[in-house]
Write a protein of this length. Structure first.
Length: 162
């Protein structure tokens, strides 16, 4: 296989790597960069466990070629913490017991973050739609939906006080 150069911003840090041509972003994140929050689920784009944010949009890293990320901004769950503090979505998932086995949690949180970035006051239907590409086998979805709505409320409160 031929090595190709990729350059992108990952969680606010510039990355310059040589990878095997045809490598997925998922394999690059996990194997090359050691970021394990992005889960390897179905490898077919149906479970959502590998969801990341690329230039503000949720994307399935198992279907995204790493070389197509050149010049883009990629965010994984690791990129949501600030000065060691959890993002309000992470906090709400923890407090609302929205993570049981935790396998779907990173993808769910990143899908929800893109929703809240676009729509700070989402309806329940908006949340359901935003996470519809992510499969959870443990929670029954209700705690996840409640956590996203709680985080939205908390984020709105922070904006008002700022």
């Amino acid at each position: 296989m031929t090595k190709v150069a990729v350059q992108f911003t990952l969680n606010g840090q510039e990355q310059n790597e040589f990878i095997e041509g045809g490598s997925t972003l998922l394999s690059t994140l996990r194997s090359k960069l050691g970021l394990y929050s992005t889960k390897a689920g179905c490898h077919q784009g149906t479970c959502g466990a590998c969801t990341v944010i690329i230039d503000g949009e949720p994307r399935l890293s198992c279907l995204t070629l790493a070389e197509r990320c050149t010049g883009k901004e990629v965010t994984t769950l690791e990129g949501l913490t600030s000065d060691g503090a959890l993002h309000p979505l992470q906090q709400a998932f923890m407090e609302g017991f929205a993570a049981q086995c935790g396998f779907c949690t990173p993808g769910m949180i990143l899908a929800a973050k893109t929703l809240l970035d676009r729509k700070p006051n989402p309806s329940r239907a908006d949340v359901v739609d935003a996470i519809s590409g992510n499969i959870c086998r443990c929670t029954g979805y209700e705690p996840i939906i409640a956590a996203v709505l709680a985080a939205a409320e908390q984020l709105r409160g922070k904006k008002k006080s700022a």
